[in-house]
Structures are given as C-alpha cells and as structure tokens.
Design a protein around this ligand. Structure first.
Ligand code: 6PG
Length: 262
C-alpha cells in the first residue's frame, strides 16, 4: 500500500481550493487516458467543501463526468436527508454535468422497501436487493461496457469520516466490513440516521485509482489520530487501503491537531 498523503489547511476555504486543484488535476489526467472522469461523492459536509471552489472553475470538461454516490440514504431524492439532493443544491445546480451521467438510486423502489420492512427480514432482504441490483447495474453500465470487470475502478472517490471512524455507510464492527464480493450493499441499521442506506463495499472503494478523505473540525481529532497513525486500527476508515491507487487526507488544522506530524 502507498503511504497516505496528509494535507492540512488553516481553514476550510483553503482546503476547498486545494481539493478543487486536486480534482481538476485528476479529472484532466483521467480524461487524457480514459476520455472520461468517474467520481464517487459521499454525503455529510463533503459536497459543500468540494463544490465551494470547484463550481467556479473554468475549462472543466463537465460532459466527461460520471458521478456516483459512495453511499446514499434510502429516502426520496427530494428528501432533505438525500445525499443526491445535497449534492444537487451544492454542486450539480451550478455546473453542467449531463443529468444522465449523475447516477442516483431508483427511488421508485423505496415504497416497496418500506412495506417489506413492516413484513420482516426476508421481505426486506428481497426489496433491498432490488435497490442494490439497480445501482450495481448503473455501475456496470459505466464500468463494464468493454470488458467484464471484477470491480469498478473509480478515478476518484471522495470520502468523509465520522467521529466513530465510519466511512460511507460502513460502521465499526458491522458485518458489511467483511464483504469481499459485491459492489453495493444495503444497511438497515445505520447508527447514523436515517437507518436505511446503500453503500459501496470496501473492495469497490479500495480498487479506486484515487481516494480522498476530507475531514474538518475538532470532533474528528481523536479518531483521525487513531486511523492515520495506528497501523493496527480496524475502524472502517482505516480499512480503506487502496490496492494500487493513491490515498489522500485533506484536513483542517482543527481536525489534524493531534496528529504527530501536524
Ligand atoms: C453519509 C456519509 C457519511 C459521511 C460521514 C462524515 O451520507 O452520512 O456519506 O459517511 O461522509 O458521516 O460526515 P461529515 O463530513 O458531515 O462529518
């Protein structure tokens, strides 16, 4: 595994400018090599930090972007908890990424999941599988058009981290951490609300060409020290170890305060 590249910034404004610089660089490199830019975005504070500077940049080939969600809450796309809605308000509404290259969950499948949850575990599994399979098909449509692929290889995945060490909707000690196959997984008991979500699996995350964690604020100090500096750490974010890709950490000074190197 490559050593992580930790960058710290005195404020979120500087962080956003540098995050935009890196995204533009990776975007240009990816378009040069693969004629497209595939990116996965997480929820939480990330969309705002990403878009703050990036949305004002010129000369970006937005029509080459293919955008997925590293995790998504299973709520309608116009619900205030939807990661899509958050990204739309912060980012998509301000840049000309073609709508059909922004890959959302199929929200028409949500009512049947709600019904299934009332019926029990078996029905829930079946209904959640439909949502998972739909999203996997969307990944297949972009990543497996030429050759069969074992896992999608994103040009860039942007991840957040919770104070408990979760990333995407992969939470500490959760059985989803053990998945070695499958691209997208359902979680019905997310400790961070809302409880029902879909998430990329660790193998998908770890196959990416580039992974960038973004974390700000003092609430992340302790967990970041553990994840970045303790090689024995088994928290979900510490299990993000790209097989051949690059790993970046973008932190503000508050989040990085306890790091030995900061
Ligand atoms: C979600 C996220 C989640 C998030 C972290 C960090 O939809 O809940 O994708 O994994 O990235 O909880 O969130 P903050 O950046 O807001 O702390």
């Amino acid at each position: 595994m490559n050593a992580p590249n930790v960058r710290t910034f005195s404020n979120t404004r500087e962080l956003s400018v540098s995050l935009a610089d890196l995204t533009v660089k990776l975007c240009e490199e990816s378009i040069e090599i693969r004629d497209r830019f595939t990116i996965g975005i997480s929820g939480g504070s990330l969309p705002k930090l990403l878009a703050a500077d990036l949305k004002n940049r010129e000369d970006i080939e937005w029509d080459k972007w293919h955008v997925f969600f590293c995790d998504e809450r299973l709520v309608p796309l116009d619900h205030e908890d939807s990661n899509y809605l958050l990204c739309k308000k912060e980012f998509f509404d301000h840049v000309p990424i073609p709508e059909d290259q922004i890959y959302t969950i199929d929200s028409s499948l949500l009512p049947q999941l709600e019904q299934a949850v009332k019926k029990g575990a078996e029905a829930t599994e079946e209904a959640s599988l439909e949502i998972v399979e739909d999203y996997e098909q969307k990944l297949i449509s972009v990543f497996a058009t030429v050759n069969a692929v074992k896992f999608p290889v994103f040009d860039l995945l942007l991840l957040g981290v919770g104070p408990d060490g979760h990333t995407c909707s992969l939470f500490p000690d959760h059985p989803l951490l053990d998945l070695t196959i499958g691209w997208v997984a359902y979680i019905g008991d997310s400790p961070k609300p809302p409880p029902r979500r879909v998430t990329f699996t660790l193998p998908v995350i770890n196959h990416a060409h580039n992974i960038t964690f973004v974390a700000t604020g003092e609430g992340k100090q302790d967990v970041l020290k553990e994840i970045i500096e303790n090689p024995e750490c088994r928290l979900p974010a510490a299990l993000v170890q790209p097989t051949t890709g690059k790993l970046y950490w973008f932190l503000d000074d508050a989040a990085a305060l306890n790091l030995t190197s900061s």
